[in-house]
Design a protein around this ligand. Structure first.
Ligand code: SF4
Length: 239
């Protein structure tokens, strides 16, 4: 009988796109040369500002055309020879496929790659995934996402990420008032370290948002994040 994880691995992962020869645009590794594997599908629908709706929005996109099944072996054949030191597994919501993703993450970290998993923080990561050595960039969604509280904030998942050895929390703020909502989540779940990033799909919007957020971020001891890829390429896909 095939073990559940082996079966999941054989079925592969739903992948939206893979791209490289770029840099990480957000969070603590901003500017680090990176290659990206963007997994398809998401459990949330952040309609106001999601910049990857082609991973989940079936009302606007045909997911059968926007994604494909990829075997872990094929993903590794693409990723391992690449020169970029950082491999980012993004989405969509990658942890929807965490069992199938585990051997990919383990093989990447075993090879010496630095791995970041970008997640909305609603799925409890398995012990094995945490121990595989990836860094989690956890981005819990605020009310500005348009999602109901019960769907976007999952206590058990946030507690698990807060206790993980390698994690960063990153919030999208549309206005200065969003910082109060971040404060509540930080206090309730012990989230640390915290990065705050402005919403925006143009360079002007990102810079304006950063300027507005600086004073509130500074007095709270949070860190200000930019969106480097937006500053350089706007909302161009695959960057
Ligand atoms: S969690 Fe991320 S990928 Fe999913 S809908 Fe929200 S912004 Fe988009």
């Amino acid at each position: 009988m095939t073990a559940p994880h082996a079966a999941a691995t054989e079925r592969g992962l739903w992948v939206a796109e893979m791209f490289a020869e770029t840099v990480q645009g957000e969070g603590p590794s901003t500017g680090v040369p990176a290659a990206f594997i963007r997994l398809s599908r998401c459990n949330l629908t952040c309609l106001p500002w999601c910049d990857t709706p082609y991973t989940w929005d079936t009302s606007r996109f045909d997911l059968a055309r926007e994604s494909h099944r990829a075997a872990v072996a094929d993903l590794l054949a693409w990723a391992l020879p690449r020169p970029e030191e950082l491999m980012v597994i993004s989405g969509g919501e990658p942890l929807m496929q965490q069992h199938a993703m585990l051997p990919l993450v383990q093989a990447l970290t075993d090879s010496g790659k630095q791995v970041e998993i970008e997640t909305n923080g609603t799925y409890v990561p398995s012990k094995a995934l945490i121990e595989a050595g990836a860094h989690f960039n956890v981005s819990p969604k605020l009310a500005n996402s348009g999602m109901p509280l019960a769907k976007r904030i999952r206590s058990r998942a946030l507690e698990a990420f807060a206790a993980a050895p390698r994690r960063t929390f990153k919030f999208v703020a549309c206005e200065v008032g969003d910082l109060d909502e971040i404060d509540d989540l930080v206090a309730r779940y012990g989230l640390n370290p915290v990065w705050v990033m402005p919403e925006g799909t143009t360079a002007d919007a990102v810079i304006e948002g950063m300027r507005a957020l600086v004073p509130g971020v500074a007095v709270r001891g949070y860190r200000l994040a930019t969106r480097l890829h937006v500053l350089m390429w706007g909302d161009e896909r695959g960057r």
